[in-house]
Write a protein that binds this ligand. Structure first.
Ligand code: SF4
Length: 698
């Protein structure tokens, strides 16, 4: 009953990229209840995180005052108790903390030059905050060394899409599955990671749609699938090339589409001939017969979609994996029509929007290259004479390497947690401890904030205003449902104060002014206004007019590339960066669970979610547990070339006998102590999905 609450505010879920719209019901300054509303992506549905995951904002660990590292603090390390930080930090006024934070960065700029400072922004912030953060680094420090978690998520997918399709966003919303006959889900586990999207996938199969799941791990969607291809980890290119080999050899491709909308087919056709199903079966472990059946089903469908997740992207060959998916869709003309398309399922709730807003080191807002003189001239004009560096900046892992080597001496980290999320995380933690000056802006004293010199208390999602963009390219309004606790402020306000203190003439008084400035350089926001977003449910880009809700499917008439043609990109089979051997005979893969979100800073402080999944765990096949002499629930030690940890083991038939799956939300068994920092050469994404590991009884 609405009389039970003081207010009800329509906003957006802070967790995954599905972008479910929620109604946040507040009583006595606390969120009492959250329910789904009829947004375009969720149609009233919510998963357990959106429904029960909001009380993290009232957790006693919330940062409510600015903090400054004490002169007599112990050496920097992962050693701060978030409920008692006073041995390491003291309270400060906002004035003192902002002065200390900004002047520390400005001093490094004066002494060592602008490149001695780098920044990580956040996909948990609004579009306006992401825009301001990249502007802060670019305008304030004269370079492009600014990045965010897209680097750890879909950077390789975006690299492949930009290269071959001309746009990094999805070609069709996931809701288009209702118009499809067949859908491939590869390297993704939507039931756990995009649960509301998964409900649409299940409805699709109920209506008779054919679902093809391809993943080295089994998963709940398997029950709904016509085909489940549990291939060997790291062999995506072999499997996908074999499928395309069948389509080419049996001439199942769409000749008319290829002639009208693509380039590079003849070279691609020659390239793909070597990848016969029989040969590729030896690598990927899927029978030639099954490969042929899937190829015929995909090519024979009138309308088919491909969805993928980080099982595709987080490899040293992640860009090649995504290139294969693009080529597969182009071969069969399954792009640009209702019920067809390419859809990398986005992780964080605003990773699409933060990327669009230019929180990426080689491109400005709307993916406009920093190497293009016309782009730099446009921003010189909008940013009142600022010279944009023509050198593409460093990415997340590269920045941390430069910190480790002492070349980067100061960092501003907003809402990201590299002390948990970076690969080979002990290396990242050592690097963070070495920084001369680290400013962390967050809602909790995260593992990264343990290493900070100044901590600025920020706002949780329901405590601020701004726009966000979901996996479907739908721009939505996040509204403020309640005030932030204590002295915590909205992130955009803190950024403005920081910018003024490093010498920038920023005069924004409201996020709406930031949004209006973004529109000056972002064609994607054409016809999308703050007023529309405040009154309408959502507007997708591209949008063709003030009354157009935006397009669900794009590229019906060609692609934003030369001559409007998408490109076939041949991909070769390359092995993972390290292979199992006698010392490390198994394969480690990492990922998320339904109940926990990313590094766990929010969901492990959400009482219901933490009660459901309270303990660090890994998954092993029952036969592997038996051979180790470990009962389900017992402890195992996992060791890779980077490090070692002990964790509780679960029996899970979804995991192959030579694999172990380890979620990365638990600081007490931080998965990234083990992961390999080897990078995909194009997307610069680390190989989180494949490390050689030894598993022993602990
Ligand atoms: Fe939130 Fe994603 Fe769940 Fe929707 S599916 S409620 S956006 S976590």
């Amino acid at each position: 009953d609405s009389r039970d609450y003081d207010s009800e505010t329509k906003s957006v879920c802070p967790f995954c990229g599905v972008g479910c719209q929620v109604s946040v019901k507040v009583k006595d300054g606390r969120v009492k209840h959250v329910e789904g509303v009829n947004g375009p992506a969720n149609e009233g549905r919510l998963c357990v995180k959106g429904r029960f995951g909001f009380d993290y904002i009232h957790h006693p660990h919330r940062l409510t005052v600015p903090l400054i590292r004490r002169e007599d603090a112990p050496e920097k390390g992962l050693n701060v108790d978030p409920s008692n930080p006073w041995t390491h930090f003291r309270e400060a006024t906002w004035e003192e903390a902002l002065d200390r934070a900004a002047h520390g960065l400005a001093d490094l700029r004066s002494f060592y030059g602008g490149t001695s400072v780098a920044g990580f922004g956040s996909a948990k912030c609004t579009n306006e905050e992401a825009y301001l953060f990249q502007k802060f680094i670019r305008q304030g420090f004269g370079h492009n060394n600014v990045d965010h978690c897209t680097r750890l998520c879909h950077a390789s997918s975006v690299a492949a899409l930009m290269e071959n399709v001309g746009s990094g966003a999805v070609t069709a919303s996931f809701n288009e599955i209702e118009n499809a006959d067949l859908a491939i889900v590869i390297g993704a586990n939507p039931t756990e990671n995009h649960p509301v999207a998964a409900t649409f996938f299940k409805q699709f199969t109920k209506r008779g749609g054919q679902l093809v799941v391809m993943d080295p791990r089994g998963q709940a969607l398997k029950r709904h699938a016509a085909f489940m291809l549990q291939f060997r980890p790291g062999t995506d290119v072999a499997l996908l090339n074999a499928i395309m080999n069948v389509i080419v050899e049996e001439k199942l491709y769409d000749r008319q589409y290829i002639e009208g909308f693509t380039e590079g087919f003849f070279e691609f056709r020659e390239h793909i001939r070597a990848f016969t199903p029989e040969r590729m079966n030896e690598l990927c472990g899927i029978s030639a017969e099954t490969i042929r059946a899937v190829a015929r089903a995909y090519a024979g469908a009138s309308r088919a979609m491909i969805f993928w997740g980080m099982g595709v992207s987080q490899h040293v060959h992640g860009t090649d994996n995504a290139r294969c998916l693009i080529s597969l869709a182009l071969l069969c003309g399954h792009v640009g029509r209702p019920g067809t398309g390419l859809h990398p399922l986005r992780g964080q709730n605003n990773v699409q929007g933060a990327s669009d807003a230019g929180l990426i080191p080689h491109v400005m807002p709307d993916y406009q290259s920093v190497t293009d003189p016309e782009v730099r001239a446009l921003f010189r004009h909008i940013w009142r004479g600022t010279e944009i560096s023509e050198n593409p900046g460093l990415t997340v892992v590269e920045i941390m390497d430069r910190v480790y080597r002492g070349e980067i001496k100061g960092m501003y980290i907003l809402g990201e947690n590299p002390a948990m999320s970076d690969p080979d995380v002990e290396h990242a933690r050592k690097a963070l401890a070495q920084l001369d000056h680290l400013v962390v802006q967050d809602i909790f004293l995260t593992e990264t904030a343990n290493f900070a010199d100044v901590i600025l208390p920020a706002s949780a999602f329901p405590e601020k205003r701004g726009t966000v963009t979901n996996t479907n390219r739908q721009v939505q309004m996040a509204r403020k449902a309640l005030d932030a606790p204590g002295q915590a402020r909205e992130d955009w306000e803190i950024l403005v104060q920081m910018a003024r203190r490093v010498g920038l003439d920023w005069d924004y008084d409201d996020p709406r002014e930031v949004f209006d400035e973004m529109k000056m350089s972002m064609r994607s926001l054409h016809h999308i206004t703050w007023k529309r977003l405040a009154t309408e449910s959502a507007v997708a880009y591209p949008c063709s007019g003030p009354d157009d809700p935006g397009r669900s499917v794009v590229f019906a008439d060609g692609f934003p590339r030369r001559a409007g043609r998408a490109r076939f990109a041949p991909a070769r089979v390359t092995p993972p960066a390290e292979m199992p051997d006698d010392r490390f005979p198994m394969v480690l893969t990492t990922g998320r669970q339904l109940e926990h979100w990313h590094t766990g800073s929010m969901t492990r402080r959400a009482s219901v979610l933490d009660a459901m999944e309270p303990e660090a765990n890994c998954s092993l096949h029952p036969s592997t547990l038996r051979s180790l002499g470990v009962e389900p629930g017992g402890l195992v030690r996992l060791t890779t070339r980077r490090g070692s940890l002990v964790v509780m083991a679960r029996a899970d038939r979804a995991v192959a006998p030579d694999m172990v799956f380890l979620p990365f939300a638990y600081v007490e068994a931080a998965a990234n102590i083990l992961t390999n920092p080897a990078l995909d050469p194009f997307g610069k994404i680390p190989e989180f999905k494949y490390s050689a590991v030894r598993v022993e009884k602990a």
